[in-house]
Design a protein around this ligand. Structure first.
Ligand SMILES: [Zn+2]
Length: 486
């Protein structure tokens, strides 16, 4: 075990991100996940003789936005190359990618780890554009593999990090941060299950204090962030065990097998020169104007990290709240629209972090999709503030708003009226419920008066039951306190 402790892992990541464009990277086919197989293909993406690629400007814009958001230098000139290899789902026999002269280099992502003050900096080596391949389908027909080429030519960016990770936790935090940023940028839907975001990792180990890198393995086939974390854990301990037993790590590609919870070798890795990259003769070098890059920089939205800091400074929210609320752009927007109405950041935050997040989870909807809109929530908070309903009833009103799809500013008071949910603060009515509750439980009254003060909660509950939840709890507490004194 002593040997284990002296070893450290060195991890680098490659992330493929599908850009959310209408059309493919070099032709006018529409990108459409889930369409019937081979219905979005044309001579260009099928690589038929004589077909010529034309670069999609929208894809370039999204790739530049991505590069700028991660602090990369976007190069005025980059080159598309052919990466030659044979694969059944690659009809052209090559993939168009950027190799020697990528779109962007030299970025940096600050990664926050829980409980650590200073963010861990992960350097981005390069971001380049490339086209996706098609898909081989192994499980549709018995003893046959089918090919769907709809995905062929879909625009991707590949984001390559330096080997700056030492632990699977750092990797996870980085992936979360990258995904958040991509969502804020609206460049990708980042759906891992549909393959819009794919993560490959390379892993090696070395004795702590050594700067030289060990032989690395490459991990593939991890279709969720938690699988990435698990696969890395498994692979790091496999390498440490191997070396401790006197063995050597072999350079190979490993596939994560989710069911087995283990990694297995795929094929020995081809050297990159096997691909025989050369500049694509059908595509001129991509030349970008300084003005266009500047425009795109100008158009970047506020990014998650900046927004988180602003939520703390502008609204005085605790760090924790700011982190949760800015995790998704639509949730952060929802919060700001609510506060605009309520002018009460902390109360609005409590509603979002509790009932609204609960509702989103229950209904499997984003904040943007939720039928209860910020103005509706704000009116509901207003009803609680002005003691028309108590918090408990307000939760019921919220449920009804969601169920009935009435989520606007008028909905809460309309629902309170229709369902007769308004809070009862009438002193005479409350007094009679209190008296009734006390009369029904003489034994508990005696115990309370004998010193069991915690029975206050029991009596509160009895009174609320009699009011069917509508009694003003503040008033009940006051009246109850006096009645119990006797
Ligand atoms: Zn096409």
């Amino acid at each position: 075990m002593a040997e284990d402790q002296s070893m450290e892992a060195v991890i680098g990541l490659e992330i493929h991100v599908q850009l959310q464009t209408r059309e493919k990277l070099f032709c006018a086919d529409v990108v459409n996940f889930g369409a019937p197989p081979n219905t979005h293909v044309c001579p260009v993406c099928l690589g038929l003789p004589g077909a010529l690629p034309v670069l999609n400007r929208e894809a370039v814009a999204l790739a530049i936005r991505t590069s700028l958001a991660f602090g990369c230098t976007v190069h005025r000139r980059s080159v598309f190359a052919r990466k030659n290899y044979f694969y059944p789902d690659l009809p052209k026999g090559y993939q168009i990618s950027q190799f020697e002269e990528p779109l962007a280099t030299g970025g940096q992502v600050p990664v926050r780890l829980e409980g650590e003050e200073v963010p861990h900096l992960v350097r981005i080596r390069r971001i380049h554009m490339e086209e996706d391949a098609g898909k081989s389908i192994h499980d549709r027909f018995p003893e046959a593999t089918a090919v769907d080429l709809n995905r062929t030519g879909t625009p991707l960016v590949e984001m390559v990090s330096e080997p700056d990770f030492r632990t699977p936790e750092q990797v996870r935090a980085y992936l979360d941060q990258v995904k958040r940023t991509l969502e804020y940028l609206e460049v990708s839907d980042c759906n891992m299950e549909e393959g819009s975001l794919r993560v490959d990792a390379n892993v090696s180990i070395r004795p702590q204090g050594v700067t030289e890198l060990g032989t690395k393995t490459e991990l593939k086939n991890m279709n969720s962030f938690s699988n990435v974390e698990k696969a890395l854990r498994v692979e790091i301990s496999r390498q440490i065990r191997l070396v401790a037993e006197g063995g050597q790590v072999e350079h190979q590609t490993l596939l994560w097998d989710e069911r087995a919870g283990d990694v297995r070798p795929m094929r020995s890795k081809e050297e990159s020169h096997d691909y025989r990259y050369f500049p694509d003769p059908d595509l001129p070098a991509l030349e970008l104007s300084e003005a266009w890059i500047a425009d795109l920089r100008e158009g970047l939205p506020e990014l998650p990290e900046e927004r988180r800091r602003r939520f703390v400074s502008e609204y005085g929210l605790p760090e924790y709240d700011a982190g949760v609320l800015t995790a998704h752009r639509s949730l952060a927007d929802y919060f700001e629209e609510t506060v605009e109405q309520t002018d009460d950041p902390k109360e609005s935050s409590n509603w979002l972090m509790g009932p609204i997040l609960g509702l989103m989870k229950e209904r499997d909807e984003t904040a943007a999709e939720l039928p209860v809109r910020p103005k509706g929530l704000a009116s509901l908070i207003e009803l609680v503030d002005s003691a028309v309903v108590n918090r408990r009833v307000a939760r019921q009103v919220l449920e009804k708003m969601a169920e009935s799809g009435r989520g606007g500013a008028e909905a809460p008071s309309a629902i309170v009226e229709e369902a007769g949910l308004a809070q009862i603060s009438d002193a005479g009515q409350l007094q009679s419920w209190v008296e009734d509750a006390l009369a029904a439980h003489p034994e508990e009254v005696a115990r309370y008066r004998g010193g069991e003060r915690r029975l206050q909660g029991f009596f509160m509950g009895e009174v609320m039951k009699r009011s069917r939840g509508k009694a003003d709890p503040g008033e009940v507490a006051r009246i109850l306190g006096q009645a119990l004194k006797g």
